[in-house]
Design a protein. Structure first.
Length: 113
């Protein structure tokens, strides 16, 4: 199993290296369109290699997706916590009822019931 995992991550690494080598040209990222930046007088531009832009886009998409799912599943986690508390209370109640039922009886007979 470990060999398969190492082989998988090796293939992923080779693919990422190939993407990086094939897309190493510089690109300009603009925060605003040229017309708007000329009007305001501020032009926040950044020059980065294309593979960095691709990887940042994938990472941002993953983070947004993880956050979206975490928010979406909040009610399921709350329901799970509520049920866990209920189960703990019921177990405690069953234990209390068992001790009350067998109170004052012979221990051997209580175990048989």
């Amino acid at each position: 199993m470990r060999t398969i995992r190492i082989a998988f991550w090796g293939i992923v690494a080779l693919c990422l290296i190939a993407i990086g080598i094939a897309n190493r040209g510089m690109v300009t990222l603009r925060a605003m369109p040229e017309g708007l930046s000329d009007l305001i007088g501020v032009s926040p531009d950044v020059e980065l290699p294309l593979f960095v832009v691709i990887f940042l886009g994938v990472a941002a998409g993953l983070l947004i997706g993880f956050l979206w799912e975490w928010i979406r599943e909040a009610r399921h986690r709350a329901e799970s916590r509520r049920r866990a508390r209920e189960v703990a209370q019921l177990r405690q109640e069953v234990g209390r009822l068992k001790t009350e039922k067998h109170e004052g009886k012979d221990e051997v007979l209580a175990l048989l019931e």
